[in-house]
Design a binder for this molecule. Structure first.
Ligand SMILES: Cc1ncc(COP(=O)(O)O)c(C=O)c1O
Length: 328
């Protein structure tokens, strides 16, 4: 029988699918790694599983303990799912703006969710980042702290990188991914460059995030808000290793959301807004390449999480993202 024992056995080994939208016909081959095939529907299952399993194995965690982190959604479901699998309790802090569906999804795995004010800055003691750190300290909870975790980076070095290398028979020439904590990008890029130092690695950052300036010349600038979820940041994270980034491409909310919608209607791939950002970056890179090149991009989550956002015409219109002919 081809069967599995635990839901966590199904994390990773996600498929590569050809991407056609925006890729010139006589240009390079482009593939996207569909991370919504992971059990909770996002790339975050990989790092949540690896960090918790490491901590269980070396005794930092034992059954019945509590794990905590802050989340805007995807990490919450991943951590809650993994914690349940290991007999742990989980607590997630999240800003008020997180959609009710996402909060309900996290709770459905048995986690406790603490809602914090949205407008709080990263270092505000009321904000979800600081509340998670404080509760961990005060109560002796295990702090996942994905933003600075080197196990987060390692999880991608050990899984995402090798999977891409094997599935392209080592022929990948360009790797494209968004940066949220930086874990996916840094771990995967490090592995690929170890296998072939000529592989070009391209990071994708939303307009308003602080990563692009930092990657280009290590400048720490102040960002502004943007709507795409899962990528970009207002602080520099420890999971980002800028030495593995060859180029950074900045993409607007408008381009990202419209591209995600276009890919869903033209190719039947329903992915999140940040996958739209990655696809736009892949198009820009593809224009400079030849038929000998192979680009791989990461689609970090699926469209189903964004039915009330970029897949909702009213939301798109209210935010001024729809072209005039579509918004009639
Ligand atoms: C929705 C979403 N989650 C997570 C990630 C990856 O995040 P990280 O850099 O934290 O590994 C991305 C990056 O593309 C993303 O779009």
């Amino acid at each position: 029988m081809n069967v599995h024992t635990n839901i966590t056995d199904l994390i990773g080994k996600t498929p590569l699918l050809k991407l056609k939208t925006g890729i010139p016909e006589n240009g390079p081959q482009a593939f996207v790694k569909l991370e919504f095939f992971n059990p909770t529907g996002s790339v975050k299952d990989r790092m949540a599983f690896y960090i918790i399993r490491q901590a269980m194995e070396d005794g930092r965690l034992k059954r019945g303990d509590t794990v905590i982190d802050n989340t805007s959604g995807n990490t919450g479901s991943s951590l809650a799912m993994v914690a349940t699998g290991f007999g742990l309790k989980s607590i997630l802090t999240t800003p008020e703006k997180t959609s009710q569906e996402k909060v309900d999804l996290i709770r459905s795995y048995g986690a406790e969710v603490i809602i914090c004010p949205t407008e709080a800055e990263h270092d505000d003691p009321q904000g979800c980042y600081a509340v998670a750190r404080r509760l961990a300290k005060e109560n002796g909870y295990f702090d996942l702290n994905q933003y600075d975790s080197q196990d987060n980076v390692e999880s991608h070095y050990l899984t995402t990188g090798p999977e891409i290398w094997q599935d392209t028979d080592g022929r990948i020439t360009h790797f494209v991914a968004g940066i949220g904590t930086g874990g996916t990008f840094s771990g995967t890029a490090r592995y690929l460059k170890e296998m072939n130092p000529n592989i070009k690695t391209i990071a994708v950052d939303p307009e308003g995030s602080v990563f692009a300036d930092y990657i280009k010349d290590r400048r720490k600038t102040k960002g502004h808000t943007y709507k795409v979820e899962g990528i970009g940041s207002d602080v520099i994270t420890g999971a980002l290793h800028p030495e593995f980034v060859d180029e950074v491409i900045t993409v607007s909310d408008r381009e990202s959301f419209n591209r995600a919608r276009l890919i869903a209607t033209s190719e039947g791939i329903s992915a999140g807004g940040s996958s739209g950002s990655v696809a736009v970056a892949m198009e820009r890179i593809a224009k400079t390449l030849t038929q000998d090149d192979i680009i791989v991009g990461i689609f970090a989550d699926g469209g189903i999480r964004y039915m009330s956002k970029c897949y909702n015409d009213s939301w798109m219109q209210e935010n001024g993202y729809l072209p005039a002919e579509v918004s009639k």
